[in-house]
Design a protein around this ligand. Structure first.
Ligand SMILES: [Mg+2]
Length: 379
């Protein structure tokens, strides 16, 4: 089975706020879907955390290296793409775009062999996983109302982040966390994300340590991006000193960028994003390196239904990945597939055991956010 075409279409019209200093508008494209077509008629799908224009430009470069390759060899083909484009933006938009191709190739391999991708990644450790609802921080009363609503609908794990956190005052940060803990109850998992990769971030190590101590009083399960994303030494020091687990890594791409952080002991929880890092081939290798160093991989998942589907397959295939991020309320997660995501009574998401990534895009729903023909037509 040979790769015959690769197509892309950006999602627009309902792009959720990202919490960034320069906030997104609904028509800004930050997630672009990719389809890989084969000469056997099997089509695989992936998702890229990058604008449509950059994905299309990257595909122009990647296409000559990709077309005609064996469609059933995701790791080899992705490695070939990385190796032939290092001079064109290693780690940047080209790597992001390879992520979507890699996801699509795993999807194709699953569909062609009749197996869920998790089994092809090495085997299924679990057939369901706990999703955590991921929310931007709003004023404490409003945030508490939203969290209470989710907790009333079987959600048992929550992450609040960005917004005012670390940007207004220590007192407001503690009010937010106290209100969130009160809303979700003592037994729910509650995580806090400072979002220090934001361009407007102004705090340093002392703030992070002081805040970690406050979060410890509220039983917070991890403190995410408490420091600027390149502050490796401070992450290592904070992980040793903080009473709560330290999480990060969502802005890193390529497995090679993660290994120094994992080996230095920078993270308790490492959070690569499958739609940026290089796809499932990179995620799997980062996940096993993390496991061998006593670090959990919990994927960054602020992306699309195809990203979530990939995270579920990855969670099935890694022993320590017992949570996935779920961007609560985004149509790009909830409204582009034929079947809706549904929690079971324990607040868990079943991991599809159908062939491939285990989800089908719904062209009718997709048409609200992109042109499905741009993805589905072969030429
Ligand atoms: Mg984050």
């Amino acid at each position: 089975m040979k790769i015959r075409a690769v197509r892309a279409s950006g999602l627009r019209g309902a792009t959720p706020e990202g919490g960034w200093s320069d906030e997104l508008a609904p028509d800004d494209v930050v997630h672009t879907l990719v389809a890989v077509h084969t000469d056997a008629g099997v089509v695989g799908f992936g998702s890229v955390f990058t604008s449509e224009a950059l994905v299309r430009a990257a595909l122009d470069v990647l296409r000559p290296v990709l077309i005609g390759q064996n469609a059933l060899e995701p790791e080899r083909v992705s490695e070939r793409l990385h190796g032939t484009t290092f001079w064109l933006g290693r780690g940047g938009s080209v790597t992001h775009t390879i992520s979507g191709i890699d996801m699509a190739l795993w999807d194709i391999l699953g569909k062609a062999t009749g197996q869920p991708v998790g089994r092809l990644l090495g085997g299924r450790y679990r057939d369901r996983v706990r999703p955590y609802a991921s929310l931007l921080i709003t004023p404490p009363e409003q945030l508490a109302d939203t969290l209470r609503g989710l907790a009333g609908r079987d959600w048992t794990a929550f992450k609040i982040g960005w917004g005012s956190f670390g940007r207004v005052s220590d007192a407001l940060d503690e009010r937010v966390v106290a209100a969130a803990r009160e809303a979700v109850g003592p037994d729910a998992l509650l995580m806090v994300d400072a979002g220090a990769s934001d361009g407007g971030w102004r705090n340093g190590y002392k703030w992070a340590l002081r805040t970690a101590e406050m979060l410890g009083r509220y039983g917070v399960a991890w403190f995410e991006e408490p420091l600027r994303p390149d502050a490796l030494d401070d992450f290592v020091a904070l992980r040793r000193a903080a009473p709560v687990p330290i999480a990060g890594g969502e802005v890193l791409t390529r497995r090679q960028s993660f290994f120094p952080w994992i080996e230095a002991g920078a993270f308790d929880v490492v959070q690569p994003d499958v739609t940026k890092v290089g796809g499932l081939s990179e995620q799997r290798r980062i996940g096993w390196s993390a496991h061998d160093h006593g670090v959990r991989l919990i994927p960054h998942g602020w992306n699309t239904a195809l990203g979530l589907a990939s995270d579920l397959q990855l969670a099935s295939a890694l022993p320590d990945t017992d949570l996935v991020e779920y961007l609560a309320g985004s149509p790009y997660i909830d409204d582009i597939t034929t079947e809706r995501w549904t929690l079971d009574a324990d607040g868990m998401l079943p991991i599809p055991d159908r062939p491939g990534l285990g989800v089908d895009l719904d062209p009718g729903r997709l048409a609200r956010y992109c042109d499905p023909d741009e993805l589905l037509s072969e030429s």
